[in-house]
Design a protein around this ligand. Structure first.
Ligand code: SF4
Length: 318
């Protein structure tokens, strides 16, 4: 690990001001991904700005009937919140499908959104990787890409986004609140928060270096039956091969989003209009234009079958 300076901020204004002043600064909260990346020297921040003391750790009701989740709310606390369990069950289920109890106790809402891919070549510093080193090439393309993306890829990168929580938040149309050192505040729809890889897979979000995530806002509850099905190589503590988040109404309408298939949580609103026509039509539209490789073509059928299982739940419970 490279040496770094450790700084502690007490307010969002102080944290963003430090990030604006110091080249090579990174915010740190739970550190469950960043510290691993620093040990491998994939991330080499010169300054770490500890944001754990900023007080962004509450979950509040909003005037429009939704929830505002502080950026520092731990994944365990969010999954256990009675309002989340009752009204946003897909989010609680996705959170509990992620990582391990110990990691969820440390991992924060903002950090979960900002975690980086688990592409094995990204973590192997002997291999070329455009995300780690722009212009180096991509060892995963033509390599062992069983875990990697089947849709929304580019010639530069075929990595997947590893978060379960983000898939549920995409389904729920969450928005991400941020602030910069100059006081400028933004509200970013989660659909725009994670980027497609195009030819700059190293740029993963629209955030500026001094931009701090302060909260995630959920709109008023959707109702319906919520499911989050995660298919993985072992029963726990593994990233998704694919996952399906769905909200379904008894009239057959609903929403669906996928994890483990793309560089970002994958949702195609046009596919949702086809839910009354059944899982095959939805899968076709969700994965239209997919470019799987021989190693990961199984994911197409896995999505179809997992979606079939998810959609059947509404019949069981309605
Ligand atoms: Fe790097 Fe993306 Fe290629 Fe993986 S898929 S090696 S993260 S460029």
């Amino acid at each position: 690990m490279r040496p770094f300076n450790y700084l502690k901020a007490n307010t969002p204004a102080e944290a963003t001001a430090l990030a604006a002043q110091l080249d090579g600064a990174r915010f740190i909260a739970g550190g469950t991904n960043l510290l691993d990346l620093m040990k491998l020297e994939i991330e080499t921040p010169v300054h770490l700005i500890d944001v754990n003391g900023l007080g962004l750790d509450s979950i509040e009701d909003t005037p429009d009937g939704g929830l505002r989740i502080g950026a520092l709310v731990r994944n365990t606390a969010l999954a256990a919140d009675a309002r989340v369990r009752k009204n946003y069950a897909v989010l609680a289920k996705a959170l509990l499908a992620g990582a391990s109890g110990q990691l969820r106790n440390m991992a924060t809402t903002a950090g979960n959104l900002l975690q980086r891919t688990r592409c094995p070549y990204f973590y192997d510093t002997n291999m070329p990787c455009n995300k780690r080193q722009p212009g180096a090439g991509c060892a995963a393309i033509g390599g062992f890409d069983r875990q990697l993306a089947i849709i929304g890829t580019s010639k530069s990168c075929i990595a997947t986004h590893p978060s379960d929580m983000a898939v549920a938040m995409r389904l729920l149309d969450a928005t991400v609140e941020t602030v910069r050192a100059n006081g400028e505040a933004r509200t970013i729809p989660i659909a725009d928060f994670h980027r497609s890889p195009v030819n700059t897979p190293n740029i993963e979000t629209p955030l500026y270096a001094d931009e701090l995530v302060t909260a995630v806002r959920l709109p008023r509850p959707l109702g319906g039956e919520h499911v989050y099905y995660k298919v993985r190589d072992r029963a726990s503590y593994a990233f998704a091969l694919i996952s399906v988040a769905a909200v379904m109404k008894s009239d057959g309408t609903g929403r669906v989003a996928l994890g483990g298939v793309a560089h970002k949580p994958w949702r195609v609103e046009a596919a949702e209009a086809l839910m009354p026509e059944g899982y095959k039509r939805v899968t076709e539209t969700l994965l239209e234009g997919a470019t799987p490789s021989p190693h990961n073509a199984f994911k197409v059928l896995l999505v179809e079958r997992t979606l079939a299982s998810a959609l059947s739940q509404v019949k069981v419970h309605s």
